[in-house]
Design a protein around this ligand. Sequence first.
Ligand SMILES: CC(C)(COP(=O)(O)OP(=O)(O)OC[C@H]1O[C@@H](n2cnc3c(N)ncnc32)[C@H](O)[C@@H]1OP(=O)(O)O)[C@@H](O)C(=O)NCCC(=O)NCCS
Length: 234
Amino acid sequence: MDALPFELKVVNGILPEAAAWIKENITVINQRVYGEKGMPTEPWIDQNFGITAGFTAGFLHRGEVVSMVRACGSLDPGTVHIWTLMVTPAYRKLGLGKATLALACMLCSHMSKLTFITQVEDEAIPVYLHLSNSGGKLKVIGAGFHHTHMPNSIACEASMPESPLETLMSRYDMPPLEDAVEISRAQELKAGSRLLVSSSHKDVVKLAEHASTRTLALVGWYRRSSPVIMVEVS
Ligand SMILES: CC(C)(COP(=O)(O)OP(=O)(O)OC[C@H]1O[C@@H](n2cnc3c(N)ncnc32)[C@H](O)[C@@H]1OP(=O)(O)O)[C@@H](O)C(=O)NCCC(=O)NCCS
């Protein structure tokens, strides 16, 4: 941690004196991002989620928590699971999402892989795609399952970047939309072919079927009338 290029404030979530700080900062950013009800998780998760399984980290700006990433362990000892990533609305599109994910990677530099769960409409996908800048693609490891309140979830795995800030903060260019066919129309899946997947359950189930027989990588995210993702077959 000493090597991090940031000034660190560490709050231990199991100490009673941390409770008020966490409520005023972590619960507050959850509410700013997800509304009064906060995330669909129990209040204790805000308090001490990190103690048994992981950590919550983020950036403070003039004393206010403006972003956070929450990560937990995995049965695979070399893998960290990114549970949530968020930036308070007033501070979005400034690169903080990428920097916050980079911070989590720096804190997990001893790990070789990270996983995350997403949905087609998730605007964090463009952030995660920057992990591909280090060479490895975002491998689709599961699709079509229920996660919190989202039935069409997709799980992905990425290699841990060696230089997280450089990897995340460099530009990622999405492949052109025209390079892909709708997954519902795809006939033969050749290596290199690209498929577009909408958030419909039918599309995501098809993605799950293909992921069980082929290696698929998440390579793009686009806003059409509703968001779509692009996956590449290898
Ligand atoms: C997802 C989120 C963390 C992104 O934070 P951010 O600080 O705005 O992201 P950044 O500024 O670092 O942007 C990262 C990249 O994604 C792109 N991006 C971010 N939001 C985007 C959007 N809504 N539409 C299109 N592209 C977007 C940016 O263009 C940028 O790419 P570029 O630098 O190559 O242009 C933020 O929007 C958020 O908190 N959303 C709500 C919470 C959420 O859905 N979290 C994920 C599930 S837990």
